[in-house]
Design a protein. Sequence first.
Length: 211
Amino acid sequence: MSDPTPADAARFYEFFADLGVNTLGVNVEEEEGVNTSAKTTDPARTADFWTALADAWRINPAVRLREVQRVLNFAGAVLQGHDVAPLPASSPWDPLPTVAYDGGVVMLSPELAGFTDSRFGDFTTGNVLKDGLDVLVAEAEQRTPWIPEFWQGVDACRATCPAFTFCGGAHAANRYFEHDGRFDGTRTRYCTTSKIALLEGVTRHAREYRP
């Protein structure tokens, strides 16, 4: 979605409900890879969109909205002392290894596969044609020079962002493409629209429907 407009949220939701969709994930367009012209969205307006989308779901809960469910699961984990689900910020690191056509393995962000950088080369941790995937995952931080820089950015988010417990830190590719080839930047467009505005919008919805 390139333009999360609050006035269109209900119509957007009902379109998929009428199709008989059971689960829907809503991705707001990101500046990433070759897509360098993503629209800048207003955070307050985007939060209003998420509120309106949650309102539409409440009226007709036929479709499981992935993003709304993430916020509700997060709220449940906070209120029940993590018994429902671990908080994103405390969840184990998911290496998310992506194996390219030539066997090269990129960790954390599949969106980095196929790109090269003057500092980090092709972002790969190694190649499954030479080393087992279990070895590459276990030794990822030692083998991959950009990952320590990424963790510096995550630590900076932890120290400065009030939404960090929900977000857990921006994705590596978003940091890289929005911060001029750096992984230690903090807030990104993805953070603003799909984490912070999402949390604010669905939380507002939950408050309005609180029994």
